[in-house]
Design a protein around this ligand. Structure first.
Ligand SMILES: O=C(O)CCC(=O)C(=O)O
Ligand SMILES: [Fe+2]
Length: 332
């Protein structure tokens, strides 16, 4: 396979960028319209797919988890840097499952991929307003991509011709500043110079950036996007943002493999149909051991050992009190 036409020529052939296409899904999702839009533009917004009650229920669970970090088993968020709070949405249980394994969404994703899909990764992400860009526009895949350096599977040019991954960004509140952005049609380029936009010749960077569309949206909007196109959060931003990110991988390309296994509530399993179980990772293997997953990065932080010591000894005084009591009782 020879390399595809490089930008900006390939970009010049595309129609000029437009505002995001919003597909109303309140009375059922038009699967063909959604998949056609993703194929053509690389992204679309699905509106009205989820009930307000479910979004509110999930938001109130997130509020509890995002109030404090997860320490010693207490409910809380994961910390990997100053600006973000993270959490696996499966941890929330109940209605959260509906957002992660929606049957209509799976149908769209599998139609676009022309393959079965698997939910490879998902996260609830709080992004703090920031005066600097900490997550620049990027493509999630390129030739040679693999999740870990020792992975045998590396993406080839042939692999890049199919949508290897379809991402999802679910808005949990009205979102404008800091919203998800997609560079219209850039999934068709197939990342000829890799995933990082800063590595592209400046004319290409300019052409790609000129196609950037900010997906302003409402609570409950779900953006589906082809991971091969350039995308990322609107940064710098003066507003905080909380979203649920989803990433479905193409099984015919990657295999029945997740980035890391999902922590699913046992009580939620009965509500899942065979397709949802498969997409959730039932019978799948994984690329990264949960102990080494990026979201567990805090174990490498310089405060980790001090905090560990504090937690290990958090009940020391009540332990001493019990010891003293038993000593006194024995002496009576
Ligand atoms: O946070 C966002 O808006 C985009 C996230 C993303 O692109 C990613 O995690 O790869
Ligand atoms: Fe991404």
């Amino acid at each position: 396979m020879t390399q595809c036409t490089h930008p900006p020529e390939a970009l010049l052939r595309l129609p000029s960028p437009q505002a995001a296409t919003i597909i109303e899904a309140t009375d059922g999702l038009d699967i063909a319209a959604a998949s056609e839009c993703i194929e053509k533009r690389g992204f679309c917004i699905l509106r009205g797919l989820f009930s307000t009650a479910d979004i509110e229920a999930v938001n109130s669970r997130i509020k509890r988890y995002f109030a404090a970090p997860a320490i010693a088993g207490a409910p809380g968020y994961w910390k990997v840097d100053h600006v973000k709070k993270l959490l696996n949405p499966f941890t929330l249980g109940g209605p959260a499952i509906k957002f992660l394994l929606d049957k209509q969404v799976i149908e769209v994703v599998e139609k676009v991929m022309k393959s079965e899909c698997i939910l490879a990764e998902t996260v609830v992400k709080f992004d703090r307003a920031s005066s600097y860009t900490y997550f620049p526009l990027h493509s999630d895949f390129g030739v040679g991509w693999s999740k870990t350096s020792d992975s045998k599977k590396k993406l080839s040019w042939e692999d890049m011709l199919d949508p290897v991954g379809i991402g999802g960004a679910l808005y949990l509140h009205p979102t404008a500043e800091g919203a998800f952005c997609y560079c219209d049609g850039t999934h068709l380029l197939m990342s000829p110079h890799g995933q990082s936009l800063s590595r592209y010749p400046s004319a290409d960077q300019k052409a790609i950036l000129s196609r950037r569309v900010r997906c302003d949206g409402q609570t409950g909007d779900l953006i589906l996007f082809d991971d091969r196109g350039f995308h990322g959060p609107d940064q710098p931003a003066s507003a905080d943002r909380t979203i649920i990110l989803l990433d479905y991988y193409r099984v015919d390309t990657i295999g029945q493999m997740q980035v890391s296994p999902m922590p699913i509530w046992s009580s939620d399993i009965a509500s899942m149909c065979a397709t949802q179980l498969r997409v959730a990772g039932c019978g799948a293997t994984y690329m990264v051991d949960p102990l080494d997953y990026a979201h567990t990065k805090f174990q490498k932080n310089s405060f980790y050992s001090t905090l560990s010591w504090l937690v290990s000894n958090a009940y020391y005084f009540s332990h001493l009190k019990n010891k003293l009591k038993s000593y006194i009782r024995r002496g009576e």
